[in-house]
Write a protein that binds this ligand. Structure first.
Ligand SMILES: [Zn+2]
Length: 405
């Protein structure tokens, strides 16, 4: 690390700090939160994308819309480099989850006690605003980068990652990327893959008064869930992972049967399975088939089938994200964060799944997650810590100056 420090030129962070005020970054977060962009809005992410494009254009930054699906544009902005440097992409999603039943006004952002409240304030219009403001600050400070710096404001991360799939397939291509999901200012170069599975159980219908004439699919499902948790989940936890959080699973949905007086002939159990790079999908499926086999041995009427639920994916499997902790981008983010935060930042593993995995794996752009802190993503009270907005901007800018040169 000490050798690295001597070769890293001191970049003018003070110049960046002066170029954009804290109030401006906060103002942009407010403006983005005010524009609903969830799946129940007929125009989806369109208004927020158009707003961001105009905002950047007013700053004199090259910004374009690229239609991913009809009326669902990504915003691609760029500070073109003078040549000879590495390129970097800052990626953030423009969509949010719906407000559901929030305890706060979802689209009237309020600041109180250093917290900015609203739907998407944390996940992730704050990260996105800090990223957009990074381009603005570098441009205003007249920092000339050698490599290209891109901003990709993408659609659909909360659903099928349509926006980032488009980036992977159609560009722009960068050497490395940062995703600005909230990480509490921790550097997160890894996270688990995400697979949704459906276990279907088939029985035989009969009248509840003559239940022994039927075969109950709900009973099969319950025996399966017991074994899944007592056996497989225990083994997964014990297995752990040298690179990230341990593999895990969650039974999220169970449905079956028609009414109390009928023996259920069908039952479905939906499972969320988080898998690590030390595992592979084949093993993930085989572990479930092994449970089916064990249950069949003790009950010949046991009949089950395993299906993939790919509704959360467009075409690309939700693989794990893994960038080694000694990678140039991780070191650069760590150095930059240390200077801004005044202490060595934590390098940890993200608990959720993000678009970073698609960019690292399918786009061959090593991607690390770094963003602000707060609480309540997808829940009833969501807020971002306003003090983290400028810190993120400075860390992004410092990393861009180091990576792009
Ligand atoms: Zn998010």
């Amino acid at each position: 690390m000490s050798a690295k420090k001597t070769e890293t030129p001191k970049v003018p962070l003070d110049k960046i700090r002066k170029a954009v005020t804290k109030a401006e970054v906060e103002g942009l977060v407010r403006s983005l939160v005010k524009i609903p962009s969830h799946s129940q809005v007929p125009t989806r992410e369109k208004e927020v994308a158009e707003f961001l494009k105009e905002f950047l254009e007013d700053e004199g930054i090259d910004a374009r819309l690229r239609q991913v699906e009809k009326d669902r544009p990504n915003v691609i902005a760029a500070l073109k480099g003078s040549g000879g440097g590495k390129s970097l992409m800052l990626n953030g999603h423009t969509d949010t989850v719906p407000p559901y039943e929030m305890d706060i006004p979802p689209f009237t952002p309020k600041v109180q006690g250093g917290k900015l409240f609203g739907r998407g304030s944390l996940d992730m219009k704050s990260g996105l605003a800090s990223m957009a403001m990074t381009l603005v600050a570098l441009d205003r400070a007249k920092v000339r980068l050698r490599g290209d710096l891109y901003l990709a404001a993408v659609v659909g991360e909360e659903e099928r990652s349509e926006g980032t799939e488009d980036i992977v397939l159609n560009g722009p291509k960068a050497d490395m990327a940062i995703v600005g999901e909230p990480t509490d200012l921790e550097i997160q170069p890894s996270h688990r893959g995400l697979e949704w599975l459906e276990a279907h159980f088939y029985g035989k219908a009969a009248h509840g008064g003559q239940a022994d004439k039927g075969v109950n699919a709900i009973s099969m499902a319950s025996r399966f869930v017991n074994l899944l948790e007592s056996d497989l989940l225990t083994r997964l936890r014990a297995k752990g992972s040298p690179t990230m959080l341990p593999p895990t699973l969650n039974v999220g949905v169970i449905s079956g049967g028609q009414q109390p007086s009928s023996v259920a002939d069908h039952c479905v159990v939906k499972i969320d399975r988080r898998w690590t790079p030390e595992e592979d999908l084949q093993t993930v499926f085989k572990e479930i088939y092994d449970l089916f086999d064990a249950l069949k041995k003790s009950d010949p009427t046991f009949k089950a089938e395993l299906k993939r639920d790919t509704t959360g994916m467009k075409t690309m499997t939700h693989v794990p994200n893994f960038v080694p902790s000694d990678h140039r981008l991780v070191r650069s983010l760590s150095d930059s964060a240390a200077r801004v935060l005044g202490g060595q930042p934590k390098v940890t593993s993200f608990w959720g799944w993000t678009d970073a995995a698609l960019m690292t794996h399918f786009g061959k752009m090593p991607t690390v997650v770094f963003g602000p802190g707060g609480k309540g993503a997808h829940s009833r009270v969501e807020y971002v810590l306003t003090g983290d907005l400028e810190k993120c901007l400075l860390v992004y800018a410092g990393t861009a100056m180091d990576i792009c040169g």
